[in-house]
Design a protein around this ligand. Sequence first.
Ligand SMILES: [Zn+2]
Length: 89
Amino acid sequence: MSPIRSCIACKSRKNKEDLFRIVANIDKEAIIDRKQNINSRGIYICKNKECIEKLKKAINKNKIKLKIDINNHSILEVLEELGEEIWEN
Ligand SMILES: [Zn+2]
């Protein structure tokens, strides 16, 4: 059984491989942790447009605490990339 994590946007709890994992590197730049094995605190988000848009809005309005030290601009870029990926699938 795989570990359960919560989506940062909608708070629903899912198997961690059903969520995207985003971590911050040493320069506080957001990176997508595809293999979910980077030894760093991460945030999880559902693989759907709604949650990605919700998180983007919350960051833009400064309405969310991400709990990890991460550059807002870089996480917005990563979310943009993930959003496009979802469209393509
Ligand atoms: Zn979600």
